[in-house]
Design a protein around this ligand. Sequence first.
Ligand code: SME
Length: 163
Amino acid sequence: MAESLLFDAHAPREARYEVLTSQLKALMTGELDAIANAANMSALISEAFGFHWVGFYFVKENTLVLGPFQGPIACTRIALGKGVCGTAWENATTVLVPDVEQFPGHIACSALSKSEIVIPIKNSTGTVVGVLDIDSSELNDFSPIDQAYLESWVKLYEEACYA
Ligand code: SME
């Protein structure tokens, strides 16, 4: 496994997603552990795009519990239906929030977060087992292109850990 990521930090975001997809795949090949892969995937996304916060929450005893992340300290537990993460879990679908102040019930772990995307992680039977949460310090920072690539990366993660 390569020890460092290879990408052009000045390339447009889509080009970075493209070149990093195979590197993410390689990082997770042969590794089944959900925490180990979440840790590397958070680091990869953070290094590639410099988002304010990138991390995972996992469903444990019917609550979301903080997992591996990159960024400032964050809230440790989120209930079903609460905040952006709890909504993505409850609805089992991606939630893209262009302006967190306009999202009723948004949980402000950091005053610097301005926009957010949360993608549910599902096991092989389709049950949500966690979420990938990415916060940006820029308003309206996530486009449908981000959503499509990040959903495809979560699919790679699901295939590696929950197939
Ligand atoms: N803002 C999230 C909470 C998690 S932190 O952003 C890391 C939410 O509303 O679910």
